[in-house]
Design a protein around this ligand. Sequence first.
Ligand code: MOS
Length: 729
Amino acid sequence: MTIHTRMDDADRRNRLDDMAQGVLSTAMDRPDGPLKVSGRAPYAHEVQPEGMLHGVFVRAPRIGRVVSLDDAAARAMDGVETVVTDDRLLRNPAQGTANEAPVQGPREVFYVGQPIALVVARTFETARAAALSVGVEIADAERAPVAPQDYDSPDKKQSSQGDLDAAMRDAAVTVDRMYTTPAHSSAPMEPHAAIAEWDGDRLTLRGSLQMLKFNRNELADSLGIDPKNLRILSPYVGGGFGSKLGVAPEAVAAAIAAQETGRPVGVALSRQQVFEATMRRSETRQRVRLAADAEGRLTGIGHDAWVSNLPDESYSEPVTQATPFTYRGENRVIGHHVARVSRTCAGSVRAPGEAVGITVFEIAMDELAHAAGIDPVELRRRNIPDRDPTKDIPFSSNMLAQALDAGAAAFGWDDSRPAPGSRREGEWMIGQGMASAVRVNNLAEAKARVTLNPDGTALVETDMTDIGTGSYAILTQIAAEMLGLPPERVEVRLGDTDLPPGSGSGGSVGASSSGSAVFLACQGVRERLAEAMGVAETDLTLKDGQAIADNRSTPLGDVIDGPVEALGHIEPGKTSKAVRQATWGAYFAEVAVNSVTGETRVRQMHGTFAAGRILNAKTARSQCLGGMTFGIGMALTEELMHDARDGHVVNRDLAEYHIPVNADVPQITVELLMEERDPWTNPMQAKGIGELGICGAAAAIINAIHQATGVRVRDLPATLDKVMAGLED
Ligand code: MOS
């Protein structure tokens, strides 16, 4: 049996609250936790078949056209099996849910570090040494500049309503500023890796991937094989943050090499290769214009974004994604401009769009608060619209006001508006800052199978991934809640394309979309049980392995004599357009800035978040903690640098690319508004929370630096030199 639901209407049944088994929403530990901390949850490159060969990429030292590869020395090395130069090698990874082969062909080089061949040897060390010995001749060719220059058409997009220029002219208070954010790298803990093994014309690929149902089609298309002949396994993934949404060069190269050698081949990228040859977040330039009346009520908003990508990529960082609906202001211009560059592919990096768009916008809002002499929290409260002001549709729910109020109270927000630079502790200057959090909410199609056994155990199966986010825990909880089972009697199998296709992990859709499929499958199982008992499904109570109806309590084994299986299938429908769906929050930070060195220390940070029903209070909190930690990096240290001469990534490892370490991160507190339910989103009334915690977090710190010092940093990150320059002015 299949239970299929399209979200065409709000689902107000609220069944999970009615059941109240007390499993869902709790801070349940991850069932996979012990495996992870004891090293028994293997990553892609850790399950090595007998006789596996190792592939290491030869990469382009400069941009242009490959004229020749001199691999004679490499081939002569003891242990080298082959050098793969197949035209099916990928130039760039696939983007998002591409579902088809990305650009292929290694002859044209569009960025420094692009993989152009794969050396295959018996050991990794031999393959690496051989790869470095390959001589590469590259001729000049017409290419895009290595730094963004010309942003204009045909990629220019603009939407406008009302008359922003008039609003700016007539406003009591205005802000018109240019901001920049640098490129970022996902740098997931587990570097990208794949192991390919052929059995006749059937390929099994162990990969580190986020979206298996799409990845299967992308890989099959890249190789020119039928997706039916391809199985991808990604049961445990050590982070992705967008860089593993689509298949990347290592998967395709491993598959080709395994075919060519007739042996399993593994390709594990080095950290440097992850930085140079997977995905980066585009640098952005953003102009924000704000027009407000004397009470700080916005009458106009302008938000223009300039981003970059390779010439043949259609993806561009959706910087202004939340600008149309976050605040009021009837006159609005939103612009999006893309420059073509010869740099590593730009793609999704945690919360593409809002991560940098909301951050910059919230710095501009702080500037408006100061210009208008209004408390920054109050300024935001005054600008929460009743409806989506651009589309003129209602919000499914808007929790921004609640998040601002709860967050300010939890943090101990000082709304007395002390003058910037007025609080000192010796050489340290102290300030508080805040920002709103906003992220669009989406539902993705997903399927899952649930099997209930007469012994009171259940099996959940989908190709959904757990990239560290807690999918195993959340799906266990949903099934346990629906079937009245203790969580330890539910087994969840993920990360295998032989299983029903889930949503994959990306865009914060995973838990709510794949979870809804599990929810519906469980409903199907319940309907089968109810039928067997001759009652309506809604009159059936399942608890502790008993089926209870009509005051009868029957052991499951007496109701069913064999496994009962159902498939759940959720699809987005009309609710995705009928209402504006988003998640909400507020950040508060206190910083100390050293007046001698310009160094900023974050002393305290708090976030309050609302995302519909919270499915697991612990994993949801962890996502928010992670996002805010990213925010500290974005505010203070993270900056992917490209060489001005040839565009190569300069800081391509974690020694040079500075992410926050423990000493940089204070005790962060996270508050989840657990009571929210959003019936427009899916049958569980939950929303995605994965990426919410990074959407604006850095702004709270930048705004706190301003409060502490009077220095307004508009070019992120706020490194010492920028703060010092401001202090000296
Ligand atoms: Mo996310 S950056 O959509 O994995």
